[in-house]
Design a protein around this ligand. Structure first.
Ligand code: SF4
Length: 356
């Protein structure tokens, strides 16, 4: 995975399952002085190799979900290029896109709103099998049972409706429906954030197990650093529509270079535990080093968009000039880059966790 303009590098050195370059998306909004455009996603590059899980992490409202929806063409990007399994799907017509749909699937944050309330579990999971002719008609029932087994749901739930299920069971149904067509790419958009803390870990463990069995590539969108650290091979950190740091999990979590990433890591609840459900263990300490709120994309700061909140900003440089993407040597042997004026190609970078 690369971000921010570097070359395409995948873990296995082969062609990527997904290659996104220069992705941009704006939304028209009305303001008191007339209509304007909010830039939700700005020049995003993202590449995912076969079987990789890439985490896209950042605060709510930073544009993560918009990236996911643009990749699946649920939203039309304004700029950029999206290549799936070697095929450019950026401007492909809906009709030509239809046969490629089984290659990519999305699991949404709220499983209840993504499941048809009038359909039984069996029908919901059976629809993609039938639509995409994954198995012969007389084999659909058995295939549905097999998928329910794989996601840890009892077969007796086939005849139930979504409102009769718990949140965790509904998300398992959504997973079974997605995996029915054996996608190359699964985009999981905050798949556990609408669930009780008590079931979040179980769903994440299920996702990890299914990834091992099915071998799909995955873009995991989350605001939860513990989730990303537990599941992902690589990480892209997003701030105000742009990717500001990217690298392997070990590099980004072990040696963060961008002040925003450092602030996220320092401010998270430090429970002394790792993995899913870590937040549920209760806070031990919190170091608040990230001042202020995420600015509105309507008033995108000039220069480095993080400069109004950055404790080590150098003015006027940071307020006037967009920082470059700087590739640094991986401390743990992995790829690593950050978009900051104060990050150097030899790896030197500020660390706001010790500066403050
Ligand atoms: Fe902070 Fe400047 Fe780096 Fe932006 S470019 S993160 S403002 S030091």
């Amino acid at each position: 995975m690369t971000a921010g303009g570097g070359g395409i590098v995948t873990a296995d050195g082969g062609p990527p399952v997904l290659a996104v370059s220069g992705l941009g998306k704006g939304f028209r909004v009305s303001r008191s002085g007339g209509a304007g455009t909010v830039r939700a996603v700005v020049d995003v590059d993202l590449t995912i190799g076969h079987g990789e899980i890439v985490g896209l992490v950042g605060e709510s409202g930073c544009g993560k979900s918009t990236v996911g929806r643009c990749i699946l063409r649920l939203l039309e990007p304004d700029t950029g290029r999206i290549v799936l399994d070697g095929t450019d799907i950026t401007r492909m017509s809906r009709r030509r896109l239809r046969p490629l749909r089984p290659k990519m699937h999305m699991v949404f944050q709220d499983p209840y709103s993504s499941l048809n309330p009038r359909m039984t579990v069996g029908a919901i999971v059976g629809v993609p099998l039938r639509t995409h002719r994954v198995v012969a008609r007389d084999k659909i029932g058995g295939a549905v049972d097999g998928l329910l087994d794989r996601v840890g749901l009892a077969r007796q739930l086939r005849s139930r409706y979504p409102h009769e299920l718990s949140g965790g069971q509904r998300q398992r149904v959504a997973l079974a429906r997605s995996l029915a067509v054996r996608p190359s790419l699964l985009i999981a958009d905050e798949p556990t954030s609408a669930l009780d803390v008590s079931v979040q870990a179980a769903i994440l463990n299920q996702l990890a197990q299914l990834h091992g069995e099915f071998g799909f590539s995955c873009l995991l969108i989350s605001h939860d650093l513990a989730v990303v650290e537990y599941l992902c091979d690589r990480v892209a950190v997003m701030y105000l529509g742009s990717i500001v740091e990217t690298g392997t999990r070990e590099e980004v979590f072990g040696s963060p270079k961008h002040p925003y990433t450092q602030a996220l890591l320092a401010a998270r609840l430090d429970t002394g535990a790792a993995g899913p459900g870590a937040a549920a263990a209760g806070p031990v300490r919190r170091r608040a080093v990230l001042a202020g709120e995420l600015p509105s994309p309507r008033n995108m700061p000039a220069g480095c968009t993080f400069h109004p909140r950055c404790p080590v900003a150098e003015l006027p440089l940071c307020a006037d000039t967009v920082p470059p993407d700087v590739t640094v040597p991986g401390v743990h042997g992995g790829s690593h880059s950050a978009r900051c004026h104060l990050v150097h190609t030899d790896g030197r970078a500020p660390d706001i966790r010790v500066a403050g």
